[in-house]
Design a binder for this molecule. Structure first.
Ligand SMILES: [Zn+2]
Length: 225
């Protein structure tokens, strides 16, 4: 199907992928740049081991964050998803099974987004309020699916650990360098990159300490955006 598209309609294909990416970047949401506020966001969970430890840290520090859950992981660990919701954190949808939307058909895109949304709502007892595409990769069909669900797409402005492992020192150093008013930090409380959850448990108290020392208030996305 992808091959046929590329052969028949390269312009359509470019619009569907690159065009959507451009549109998403132009419309990217971020917090008010006049206020010293930042949002901690957590992707790829819930993880039955590391997410509860992250929640313990947030509870101890009195911080509310935003969790972009993978639908099938929420279905496998509903007690963790419920705890995230019960403790006042925002819920976001990170698709059903964390596949890149980039080369995905419209029907499969609707399925990935819709099934993820439903699975998170069922597991947590509350529907997700935001959406983040895996690796930030979009396609045009995504926008219609998100409009129907009323869940805006939210990217990030600082990524302490991306596609490669970054030890806690490096995560703190990157954050110190890149944080600005209205920042959205993209953290990972579960694998993607192996070991991400364990590294975050170590880095998170230091990240919170750094941000507070710089005068930032930490807010969930519902307050930042
Ligand atoms: Zn992800």
């Amino acid at each position: 199907m992808i091959g046929a598209w590329l052969g028949v309609a390269p312009a359509l294909w470019a619009g569907y992928t690159w065009g959507s990416q451009l549109l998403a970047l132009v419309g990217r949401r971020r917090g008010d740049s006049a206020q010293p506020v930042a949002a901690l966001t957590f992707d790829d969970g819930p993880d039955p081991v590391h997410t509860p430890r992250v929640l313990d840290i947030l509870e101890r520090e009195g911080v509310r964050g935003s969790f972009f859950l993978i639908g099938r992981r929420a279905a496998a660990a509903p007690e963790v998803a419920r705890r995230i919701a019960a403790e006042g954190h925002d819920l976001g949808n990170h698709t059903w099974s964390h596949r890149s939307l980039w080369a995905m058909s419209p029907a499969e895109t609707r399925h990935q987004i819709g099934r993820g949304h439903e699975a998170i709502a069922t597991a947590a007892g509350r529907p997700p309020r935001f959406f983040r595409p895996p690796w930030g990769m979009t396609n045009f069909a995504m926008f219609g699916a998100l409009r129907r669900l009323g869940t805006p797409c939210v990217f990030w402005t600082v990524q302490p650990e991306g596609r490669r492992a970054a030890d806690p020192d490096r995560q703190v150093e990157r954050t110190a360098r890149r944080v600005a008013h209205g920042a959205i930090l993209d953290l990972h409380d579960a694998d993607g990159v192996p070991g991400a959850g364990a590294r975050l448990v170590e880095a998170l108290p230091r990240l919170i300490e750094l941000l507070r020392r710089r005068g930032y208030a930490l807010a969930p996305l519902r307050d930042l955006l």
